[in-house]
Design a protein around this ligand. Structure first.
Ligand SMILES: [Zn+2]
Length: 536
């Protein structure tokens, strides 16, 4: 019997796979055959009808005649078979220890998640990665080393320049992070202490990661009125540091800035035209989520919680902070109205989760004006802060960014505890929403393109050369789903709802989700970056 093996993109892999396929054919049996599906290879090609055979953790054959040759069998007739989705930006590291199955991701078809975004990661990485490796997870796991965490480890959360000695120490920590397995350096120049870092210091550290084969991922300094300068800065890190750079969760915040994605995408295209390796990732929602502190001016955030509260208790500084919050509510993250700011989670009063600033201000006995809402924000910060959801993004910018071929999908989500708090729905819905709402319903991009943005593109970007594409020889991370029904269900009001339309999810050759339930399998692995793999 002849096995048809797709060739083309990766001749070396295909040749190995041919050998593997004929070896596996001797007993005429594969571990698993997914039969009769419409196969998206992940590279952006239209689907083809094919069976996919897996032995151990590897795809060993793709052809039209493999049915009946598997020790087990998945009937995928009428369904899509695609590579498992790869999420290069998550905040999963708290939740993963409570929910190592990461149900919210796996139930969307996600098979690999990355952590250490926005400049924040454990430092050093190795003890943490050892813990994750011993955990027994459903999905695979990769890391970035965070510039903000590195800076904090060396000079704390201070608003000052680093000395040459301190920069040398930080470079060593970045190098160690890369050797421990990071895929690159993340920055979060919007957050303390990244916000206090001049561009040349960022470039000096990014260069270290770049020379070791890593990339730079940037949560930019400003995604609102300063968006153009910030895009230029993210590009400069790639251009001057001579390394791949990525604008993460690209969006345009604040009504006065809506429409400026025309300019930001043009800057990216121009940079690419002159040879700068710059790309974008995005989540498909018109609201962002971060700490409520994001409404305060950067200078007010130096140091620890106690320092911030001390500033709020000094009348002169309080007045200045309040004015900045009012402006932020009006023109920036507040989207012009206190009802656009919703509490996601609040440690000191969990009942605030899900309520917006208008409601909370009223409950405190005040009219929900911008002025009074700013008072509410300061009160929340004084009590210990909270995480928020901020509705201040325009759908047209979202779709324009999504259409750009250099944009990939990444959730910026977390592993929520089911039912706890009121997290941004992106954790439960990002991938299903792009496939359902944006590809199927609105036709903003094709299904094949949507799949590419979640599979081969992120895999190629971070240098995962054995995942993200369905070809013999690749690791068997596979999602089987229904193109007619896949959809997100999580909303801002009711976030704890799993996506629908995914039938089966396979990680490293093992089924982790089928018939609507997680299986006991925990085949997820820690994936190590280029310097670790090379040993330097
Ligand atoms: Zn971020």
């Amino acid at each position: 019997m002849r096995t048809r093996v797709f060739r083309g993109l990766m001749p070396a892999v295909a040749a190995t796979a041919l050998a593997a396929a004929s070896a596996a054919q001797a007993p005429a049996t594969y571990d698993l055959v997914i039969r009769g599906g419409r196969v998206f290879d992940g590279a952006g090609n239209p689907w083809v009808s094919a069976d996919v055979a897996v032995s151990q953790d590897t795809i060993v054959a793709i052809g039209a005649d493999l049915a009946g040759k598997g020790r087990s069998d998945i009937d995928a007739r009428g369904l899509i078979v695609s590579p498992g989705f790869i999420d290069t930006h998550t905040h999963a590291r708290r939740g993963i220890f409570e929910v190592p199955t990461a149900d919210n991701y796996v139930r969307q078809g996600v098979t690999t998640i990355f952590e250490g975004p926005d400049g924040g990661s454990p430092v050093p990485l190795k003890p943490f990665l050892d813990k994750v490796a011993a955990l027994g997870m459903s999905p695979n796991w990769g890391m970035f080393i965070g510039q903000g965490s590195v800076r904090e480890a060396v000079i704390g959360r201070a608003d000052r320049k680093a000395t040459p000695d301190e920069i040398a120490t930080m470079k060593t920590l970045v190098r160690d992070g890369m050797l421990d397995g990071a895929f690159g350096l993340s920055t979060g120049l919007f957050y303390v202490p990244g916000i206090f870092t001049p561009s040349d210091e960022v470039i000096a550290l990014a260069e270290v990661a770049g020379r070791m084969g890593g990339m730079h991922v940037s949560h930019m300094r400003n995604e609102a009125s300063g968006i153009i300068d910030s895009v230029n800065e993210a590009i400069a890190v790639g251009e001057q540091g001579r390394m791949p750079t990525q604008i993460t969760h690209h969006k345009i915040i604040g009504t006065p800035n809506w429409g400026r994605s025309v300019d930001t995408l043009k800057l990216v295209a121009e940079a690419r035209a002159r040879g700068v390796d710059v790309t974008i990732d995005q989540y498909p929602y018109t609201a962002s989520s971060t700490g409520i502190n994001a409404l305060l001016p950067p200078w007010a955030l130096e140091g620890r919680q106690a320092d911030i509260v001390a500033r709020l208790r000094e009348a002169g500084q309080r007045a200045k902070i309040k004015q900045a919050i009012i402006e932020s509510l009006q023109f920036d993250r507040g989207g012009g109205d206190p009802k656009n700011v919703q509490i996601a989670a609040c440690g000191w009063d969990p009942s605030l989760a899900g309520r917006n600033l208008t409601e909370i201000t009223r409950a405190r006995g005040a009219q929900p004006t911008l002025d009074q809402a700013a008072e509410t924000v300061m009160w929340i910060v004084e009590q210990g802060g909270a995480s928020g959801i901020f509705h201040a993004i325009d759908e047209a910018d979202l779709e324009r960014i999504l259409k750009d071929p250099v944009t990939m999908i990444a959730s910026d989500g977390e592993v929520p505890i089911f039912g706890r708090a009121s997290p941004h729905p992106r954790s439960y819905g990002t991938f299903a929403r792009v496939l359902g709402r944006y590809a199927r319903e609105r036709g903003v991009i094709t299904l094949a393109e949507a799949v590419r943005k979640m599979t081969s593109f992120p895999a190629q970007r971070v240098g995962l050369l054995d995942r993200g594409v369905l070809r013999p020889g690749m690791k068997a991370d596979i999602a089987v789903w229904d193109a007619a029904t896949i959809a997100d269900r999580a909303t801002f009001e009711q976030p704890h709802q799993y996506a629908v339309g995914v039938h089966t999810v396979i990680v490293n050759g093992q089924v982790v989700f089928e018939r609507g339930a997680m299986t006991p399998a925990r085949p997820g692995r820690v994936l190590y970056g280029p310097a670790y793999r090379r040993g330097r």
